[in-house]
Design a binder for this molecule. Structure first.
Ligand code: ARG
Length: 251
């Protein structure tokens, strides 16, 4: 009896060992995200990171054969977490820029965006150049920060920098600045969901198109290949469109 049991146990153990590679989930990658950027990434009541970027990257990971763990990470220094190895991917509505490409690698683009202006409902601002001599709040080191620097000059005292976009918007609400410049999706989302704030959106056709990508450590080809395969697959089978529709309606 004991012998039989022992044999059975050995057989089970062997089959588990043999089966493990087949059933093992892919590697889990640590994902940095500044979760104060709804609808792309924000924290819900249960302290989970949720949003468009989360849904898209989870779907990408499922197709690419890997797992992801989102970790709320301050925007300032977010890219440095790749070189230190603390994080494997930055998924944070990150615009692919030539400057950033020097120090990190990007996936294929997964979203098109542009800058947009938020002002108080009574503001006379109608276009970007109207902000030339006005006080503007931006999130430090974002493409919003860059475009305002181009308009006002790098050292302009009228650019007020904040560590998050909600803080920049807070400054507009308290009257400390005349405008906020940030990504269109975030500006539109805030204005629409905070009607009491009496803000309005100002669009300007001079803003260039931007494309979001996932950033990885320079040279991490293996991960980039898996991410790009996943992006391709979710675009091909309709998963991407489904997620897009959930957050932004029809294209
Ligand atoms: N797309 C802009 C950039 O790459 C802003 C991104 C900010 N993202 C965030 N989660 N705070 O500079």
């Amino acid at each position: 009896m004991q012998n039989k049991f022992g044999k059975l146990f050995a057989a089970l153990t062997a089959s588990v060992i043999l089966a493990t590679p087949v059933f093992a989930a892919g590697k889990t990658y640590q994902v940095a995200t500044d979760a104060s950027y709804a609808p792309f990434e924000s924290m819900n009541d249960k302290k989970e990171v949720v949003g468009f970027d989360v849904d898209v990257l989870k779907a990408v990971a499922a197709k690419g054969g890997f797992d992801v763990k989102f970790i709320n990470t301050p925007w300032e220094g977010i890219f440095a977490t790749l070189s230190t190895g603390d994080r494997d991917i930055v998924s944070s509505a990150v615009t692919i820029t030539d400057e950033r490409k020097q120090s990190m690698d990007f996936s294929e683009p997964y979203f098109e965006a542009k800058q947009m202006i938020a002002v108080s409902g009574s503001s006379k601002v109608t276009r970007f150049t109207d902000l030339k001599n006005l006080k503007v709040a931006v999130q430090t080191g974002t493409t919003g920060d860059e475009v305002v620097q181009k308009l006002q000059g790098k050292t302009s005292p009228n650019i007020k920098r904040f560590e998050s976009t909600p803080l920049a918007i807070q400054e507009l609400l308290s009257g400390g600045v005349d405008a906020v410049v940030a990504d269109n999706g975030v500006v539109i989302n805030y204005v629409a969901n905070n009607k009491g704030a009496k803000l309005k959106v100002v669009d300007d056709s001079s803003f260039a198109k931007e494309y979001y990508g996932y950033a990885v450590k320079k040279g991490n080809k293996d991960l980039l290949t898996k991410i790009n395969a996943g992006i391709k697959a979710i675009k091909a089978d309709g998963t991407y469109d489904k997620i897009y529709k959930k957050y932004f309606g029809n294209k």
